[in-house]
Design a protein. Sequence first.
Length: 111
Amino acid sequence: MDIEHLEDTRLITCVLPKDRGVPLIQRLRDEMGVDSANVTTGRTRGLVESISYGEWSEVDILSVVTSRDKADGVFDFLFDAADIDHPKGGLMYMGRLDLNTMFTLPEIEAG
């Protein structure tokens, strides 16, 4: 396994309605050439549904690590592709990562 240290990268995080994260990973790869994304799930109150006592909604949390020079383009792509600018579309933010490690898996022959 090859390990590469990357400096001054960006972490883009999107909190989205359930089941929107995984399709975005495929679009990121196909349309932007980005393959450093991950989707996890969580629960929130009021992001995708009206707030009421005891009501929780499941959400997808999409995280993307990208270089500083590509970050604004990836952010804009995700904003549009995820429909963030519509009511209950979710939220997103971007922050700086001072140092992170990229892992590249070795090629494995089918056998």
